[in-house]
Structures are given as structure tokens and as C-alpha cells.
Design a protein around this ligand. Structure first.
Ligand code: HEC
Length: 146
């Protein structure tokens, strides 16, 4: 029954947002999405530190991916999806509006950052404010790794 509901909500999400949520397992989907976030941040951090050659187009694409991912986050945490192999804390569903607002803020910051990354210094300046959204949300809503 619960699984059916996920599948149904997945279809709704898929129609309004496109790519990610076409299958029935929101936990796997959001974990994959978050892993993708991490890859993008890794790329951006590498460029900011000069470990990877600075490339404005790649940096912009990474920020766009983070923006798109963030837009999909609220729908990938449907009610009831605290069960299973997940690090999501139940408090998410007690404060879903705040959780969703944090996702929206990340999307906004990632979007704003795209206009400011014409060089490495610009990238350095935007990484921290964007990244704070990640840590800030995990602090409250994700189980600490033990
Ligand atoms: C609105 C809250 C929120 C924001 C913003 C957020 N995350 Fe997450 N993140 C979570 C939650 C909740 C989980 C646990 C998901 C689960 O296990 O179901 C998670 C899990 C993860 C994971 C572990 C995925 C796995 O392998 O299971 C990584 C990595 C991650 N996030 C990276 C990021 C990065 C990088 C950003 C910023 C670009 C970010 N997150 C922004 C809430 C957030």
C-alpha cells in the first residue's frame, strides 16, 4: 500500500519536474540526488582551490545541477518515507515547511552564484555560501554518521 502511494506520488512529481522521480523509491532517488550534489561540490571545490583547472562553463553547469537537484528535494521526501534505509530524520515531517524552504534557499543561492563565477576568485567567493546550505540542513535533518 505504502509502496503504491510512492509510485503514485512519483508520477505526479515526474510530470511537474521531469527527470528524477519516475520510479517508486524516493529514498534511493534522493540519496542518488544527494550523491550527485556531492560530486558537483567536489568539482567546484577542486576548481576553487586550483586542483582542477578553472572552467567557467563547467562551474556553471555544476551550480545548475545543484539548483535543479534542490528544486526536486521537497517532493523526494513524501510523508512516510522515514522508514527503510534512510538517514533522514523524522523531524523533517514535523517541520516540512522549513525543510522545503531550505531546499528553495539552496536552489536560489546556486542560481545567484551562476552569475558570479567569471573567474576563480568569483568561484571561491560563492562556494561557501552555497555549501552552507548543505551542512545547515544536514545538521538538523540528517542522522549523524556513527
Ligand atoms: C533541505 C535539506 C538538505 C539540503 C539543502 C542538502 N541535503 Fe544532503 N541530505 C539531506 C538528507 C535529509 C539526507 C539523508 C537522505 C536519506 O538518507 O534518505 C541527505 C543526504 C546526503 C548525502 C548522503 C547520500 C547517500 O549516499 O545516502 C550527501 C552526500 C549529501 N546529502 C550531500 C549534500 C550536498 C553536497 C548538498 C548541498 C549542495 C546537500 N546535500 C544539501 C538533506 C539535505
Amino acid at each position: 500500500m505504502r509502496k503504491t502511494m510512492f509510485i503514485l506520488s512519483g508520477i505526479v512529481v515526474g510530470s511537474s519536474l521531469g527527470v528524477v522521480a519516475q520510479h517508486g523509491d524516493p529514498i534511493a532517488q534522493r540519496q542518488n540526488l544527494m550523491k550527485n550534489n556531492q560530486e558537483q561540490v567536489r568539482l567546484l571545490t577542486g576548481m576553487a582551490r586550483g586542483q582542477t583547472a578553472f572552467d567557467a562553463a563547467r562551474a556553471k553547469a555544476a551550480l545548475q545541477a545543484i539548483e535543479r537537484n534542490a528544486e526536486q528535494v521537497p517532493a523526494l521526501f513524501p510523508a512516510g518515507s522515514h522508514q527503510g534505509k534512510t538517514a533522514a530524520l523524522p523531524v523533517i515531517w514535523e517541520r516540512k515547511a522549513d525543510f522545503d524552504a531550505r531546499s528553495a534557499k539552496l536552489a536560489q543561492d546556486a542560481k545567484a552564484a551562476q552569475t558570479r563565477i567569471t573567474d576563480q576568485a568569483g568561484l571561491q567567493a560563492v562556494i561557501q555560501p552555497v555549501g552552507q546550505n548543505c551542512g545547515g540542513c544536514h545538521e538538523v535533518y540528517r542522522k549523524k554518521e556513527s
